[in-house]
Design a protein around this ligand. Structure first.
Ligand code: 5AD
Ligand code: SF4
Length: 431
């Protein structure tokens, strides 16, 4: 059997794209996944281009792969960097056999047949393509509900790499999720760049369904116990959506609300469409209707023109909302973005110092949140067997929980009492 080595960088959409590529390849001929590069017949690097560093790493990585791979092995570069650099990749690294963009995943079986194939069309509509089945974790399914992004955040390269937003018809989504449930998935993660903008545009149908209505439809699927989604946009968090989030028992009580900056002035320059006050108001609405919800966020520091005062606004939002999880980044100027041309780019040392301050304060908050979990009861969906006689799963609000146990716990949703806490995970006993 042929062996496939696949490296996946970036976000959950990329993880799903990798699953789709594995499924499509297997439709044609069976591939066994390997983590041993030297044994692979096909090597895929599924790239992210949201920040500069991973893009710079790509070419040195291709050099290393060339040294250790079998001479007959093919190398493909896929994903967002493939979309934005296209045939430039083969010019700079002629050992690359094919380049496949983030919007062209369904063509994987074609491009592996053709020397130096480049398929990076960002207008290509894969929204109704019937991908083969493959799940990294048999207990959980990931499902794309939309592709592309219609926003124009001035820092972000994604609209250029993933194209215009197209929603996938709800009927196809229901079919896909029902099939996943029948094969053992009790949880689904709905994916899209802005999930709560669902229904803005469909490819070939003229369906009328927004995200809240989609959640209602999906929660009717029998046997489906848990629904998660990533990522919603603060601008589209209307009251009806927050009410549905709070009252629908199948929706897990964890929500990602990407802030980016706490400064209304910078939010305007980022073209985010909300102010500091709007953002706080939406999070407080979530907390008032659903006190048990955990809120996570993304923050960029060092966006062009960020003053000490702007950064203080960001710290203030952190104090008010006390995000459970924080994904924080130094601003990285990207091609095809407006902000890359802005004056007043921020010095790297200053951005670094701000990032450290933000992360240090967040760590203190996180420690307090996790310490407070002692003796609490969480409902955990067990989905992973560890090597040391332990099983892990996630609570509804997204915490990683370990208990002692074996295979029989996998696929079960059980109450756990927390007996030990740490920053990254909780230990518990079944109750
Ligand atoms: N520089 C730094 N971080 C960025 N992100 C997106 N574009 C950039 C950039 N140019 C971050 C945002 C986004 C997350 C996926 O990556 O916070 O929400
Ligand atoms: Fe995901 Fe954005 Fe990275 Fe593309 S650029 S892989 S959409 S995070």
């Amino acid at each position: 059997m042929k062996k496939l080595f696949i490296e996946t960088l970036g976000c959950a959409m990329n993880v799903r794209d990798s699953e789709h590529m594995i499924a499509e390849l297997n439709r044609k001929e069976p591939y066994e996944l390997t983590t041993e590069l030297s044994q692979a017949d096909l090597i895929i690097i599924n790239t992210c281009s949201v920040r500069e560093k991973p893009v710079a790493k790509l070419f040195s990585e291709i050099g290393v792969f060339n040294k250790f791979k079998k001479p007959s092995a093919k190398i493909g570069v896929t994903g967002c960097t493939a979309s934005h650099l296209g045939k430039e990749i083969i010019k700079r690294a002629p050992s690359v056999d094919f380049v496949l963009g983030a919007r062209n995943v369904s063509k994987i079986t074609q491009v592996i047949e053709e020397k130096h194939a480049v398929e990076v069309d960002t207008d290509f509509d894969e929204s109704t393509y019937n991908f083969g089945d493959y799940r990294t974790n048999p207990f959980k399914a990931m499902v794309n509900i939309s592709i592309g992004c219609d926003k124009s955040c001035t820092f972000c390269i994604v609209p250029a790499t993933r194209g215009d937003e197209i929603s996938i018809p709800s009927e196809l989504l229901i079919q896909e999720i029902t099939k996943a449930v029948k094969t053992g998935a009790k949880e689904v993660m709905l994916l899209g760049q802005n999930v709560n903008n669902y229904g803005r545009r469909f490819g070939s149908t003229d369906e009328n369904c927004n995200f809240t209505q989609l959640l209602q439809k999906i929660s009717l699927i029998e046997g489906l116990e848990r629904i998660r989604f990533a990522s919603p946009h603060p601008l589209h968090m209307d009251d009806a959506f927050i009410e549905e989030f709070a009252k629908n028992p199948k929706i897990c009580k964890q929500i990602h609300v990407p802030l980016q900056s706490g400064s209304t002035k910078l939010l305007k320059e980022m073209k985010r469409g909300y102010s500091k006050e709007n953002f706080i108001n939406r999070c407080e609405k979530i907390r008032s209707l659903c006190p048990e919800a955990t809120i996570s966020t993304d923050i960029i520091v060092g966006f062009p023109g960020e003053s000490d005062e702007d950064f203080d606004h960001t710290l203030e939002v952190l104090e008010i909302i006390r995000f459970e999880q924080l994904f924080s980044f130094k601003y990285s100027p990207r091609p095809h973005t407006e902000a890359a041309e802005f004056d007043k780019q921020i010095d790297n040392t200053l951005s670094g110092a701000r990032l450290t301050r933000l992360q240090t304060r967040h760590t203190e908050i996180l420690d307090e949140i996790m310490d407070a979990q002692l003796d609490k009861i969480h409902t955990v969906y067990f989905d992973e067997l560890k090597s040391n006689g332990r099983v892990s799963g996630r609570s509804s609000d997204g915490k990683l929980v370990f208990v002692e146990g074996s295979e029989e716990l996998l696929g079960q949703i059980l109450d756990v009492k927390i007996i030990k806490t740490s920053r990254g995970a909780l230990d518990g006993v079944l109750v």
